[in-house]
Design a protein around this ligand. Structure first.
Ligand code: FES
Length: 160
């Protein structure tokens, strides 16, 4: 290990990753610049817009507010790891079918926030969903369709 570098090992979208990073590198930069996973968006870069949301050990976190080194030993899922091969995740499918996606910039962050919510609480209410998505800024949709799509996905995931 060179000075000013850190070797990390973590699970990314189901695969083990071993990589050497600068201790000051953000997770967002590791994902986008080093690993070319550009589905995680760069928005405000100050933890305010939610565009960079990923799941860290199943929780929604902002990749612009976490150091890459902090994911050492943990599990990260990005939007690229949500679908099952060609089959969209029920949240993605509901967003597409319900017409929730407009420009799409915020969508990956919305999916990751919703995924974390439904992992923690599969029976999330409309209020829970609104709370989970409120940190994901969207200039286009007014949120209603996103909230409805996550409600639909929750039902599908419960087999209703
Ligand atoms: S880019 Fe991370 S919250 Fe906006």
């Amino acid at each position: 290990m060179k000075e000013n570098t850190r070797d990390i090992k973590f699970t990314l979208n189901g695969k083990e990753v071993e990589i050497t990073v600068n201790p000051k590198m953000l997770l967002l930069d590791l994902l986008r610049e080093e690993l070319k996973l550009t589905g995680t968006r760069t928005g405000c870069e100050v933890s305010a817009c939610g565009a960079c949301t990923v799941n860290l050990d199943g929780k929604a976190v902002r990749a612009c507010s976490i150091l890459a080194a902090q994911v050492n030993g943990h599990e990260v899922v990005t939007i690229e790891g949500v679908a099952d091969g060609e089959k969209l995740h029920p949240i993605q499918e509901a967003m597409v079918n319900h017409g929730a996606i407009e420009c799409g910039f915020c969508t990956s962050g919305m999916v990751m926030s919703a995924r974390a919510l439904l992992l923690e609480n599969p029976r999330a209410t409309r209020e829970d969903i609104k709370r989970a998505l409120q940190g994901n800024m969207c200039a286009d949709s007014g949120y209603v369709k996103y909230v409805e799509a996550v409600e639909m996905a929750a039902k599908v995931m419960q087999g209703k």
